[in-house]
Unconditional design. Structure first.
Length: 397
């Protein structure tokens, strides 16, 4: 009899965690395991990449309201969810007034704590052998699903966000295991929650080289890239951690050194207006090109000259690993977890985060064909796929 696995995630928009979930689902042995996937809101380009062997559970209206605009939630008749979210905002405002956090990360736990009691139980689905909460909020799988074993995932660098640890701790503590995507992510998480050390297991983002290369070979109009230019590319959400707002200034410094570089950005998000403002301020309207959201970014990664990850912080960058699979010279900023993913000078380059030094590091690589060739040769000789990580999940069964 097949073991039953339940996996939950909020939606399947293009993003690192979402792509790693697709990698996990593609690596699963469906002759041994029956997988139910619960996507709270059935939206996102990655929905079509769910393997056919997966049982996609129907969307439940109330679960889809966690992140939608409150006017839309109210029009849908979910008054209790609106009131719960308003209550969460008030609680967070009182917390922020007292603590003065550096960002708003803590608000998500307040929302989870107030909204989850409004959501219908999932006990009718029966008892699972393993339940996985792949992204926060983790209250839902903890409180609404019946399972012999439960795992919650960490995808972020906890040294870079502010959370209400006393509010989150009971949720994390309710899980049997906590899956961390890298040693650095484990370290920063445990600096906030040291009592949870015994629950940590490290499971890297599961990615398939064959999947990435097959997608990269799909026909795509790549005329935006010109052979006479140096084509730099970054892929990610337009948000503070990705640091795309500093790209125009970095590129301006690169071009002032006589390098004919263009920098292309694939993604979407709330910081797009800020990025466009910074492009204008730097006079880079012609040279920083926002390509927007792309359902399949892999042909662009395959065709660029250099893949750049200028992030302020990352958990473990999926797009960096994908660029390595496609044998691209990769440059990453020296965010706290960079060294856990890049062997500096072997399979990529780590440059300072500060704009001037970042620009200088990129220019040095562009002007060093010998180093570029060494990086490409190393990447060609190594397989960056890690489908065998799935075995770590099987052990819980």
């Amino acid at each position: 009899m097949k073991k039953r696995i339940f996996i939950a995630i909020h939606y399947l928009e293009i993003g690192g965690a979402e792509i790693s979930l697709i990698g996990l689902l593609n690596s699963m042995d469906y002759s041994r395991y029956e997988v139910d996937l619960f996507v709270y809101s059935h939206q996102g380009e990655l929905m079509k990449l769910i393997p056919p062997e997966v049982n996609l559970l129907p969307e439940i209206s109330k679960y889809a309201q966690m992140e939608r605009p409150m006017i839309s939630v109210l029009k849908g008749g979910h008054v209790d969810v609106v009131l719960a979210r308003l209550c969460a905002k008030l609680q967070f405002a009182l917390y922020a007034r007292r603590v003065k956090p550096k960002d708003g990360s803590a608000v998500f736990q307040y929302v989870a704590n107030t909204v989850t009691p409004c959501l219908p139980s999932l006990h009718k689905l029966g008892l699972y052998d393993l339940a996985i909460s792949f992204l926060t909020p983790h209250n839902i799988v903890l409180e609404k699903v019946q399972s012999r074993t439960k795992i919650a995932w960490i995808h972020t660098d906890y040294s870079k966000i502010d959370v209400n640890a006393s509010l989150e701790l009971p949720v994390w503590n309710g899980y049997d295991y906590i899956a961390s995507i890298s040693p650095d992510v484990s370290r920063t998480f445990l600096s906030v929650f040291p009592s949870l050390k015994g629950k940590i297991v490290e499971i890297a983002n599961i990615l398939s080289s064959a999947f990435v290369r097959n997608r990269a070979s799909e026909k795509t109009d790549l005329s935006v890239f010109k052979k006479e230019n140096i084509n730099l590319l970054s892929v990610g959400r337009f948000c503070y951690p990705k640091n795309f707002d500093n790209v125009p200034d970095i590129l301006c410094r690169i071009r002032k050194q006589g390098v004919n570089a263009y920098w292309y950005l694939i993604g979407y998000g709330g910081d797009e207006a800020l990025i466009r403002q910074r492009i204008q301020e730097a006079g880079m309207e012609k040279y920083v090109v926002i390509l927007g959201k792309k359902e399949n970014p892999y042909p662009y990664i395959k065709s660029c000259d250099f893949y750049i990850q200028p992030s302020r912080y990352e958990g473990n960058s999926v797009t960096v690993r994908e660029a390595q699979m496609l044998c691209k010279p990769v440059v990453v900023a020296n965010y706290p977890t960079a060294a856990s993913q890049i062997q500096n000078g072997k399979d990529g380059i780590i440059v300072p985060l500060e704009n001037a030094a970042c620009a200088e590091g990129i220019v040095q690589l562009i002007r060093n064909p010998e180093l570029q060739n060494r990086l490409i040769q190393f990447l060609n000789e190594h397989d960056y796929g890690n489908e065998r990580e799935i075995e770590k999940i099987y052990r819980f069964l």
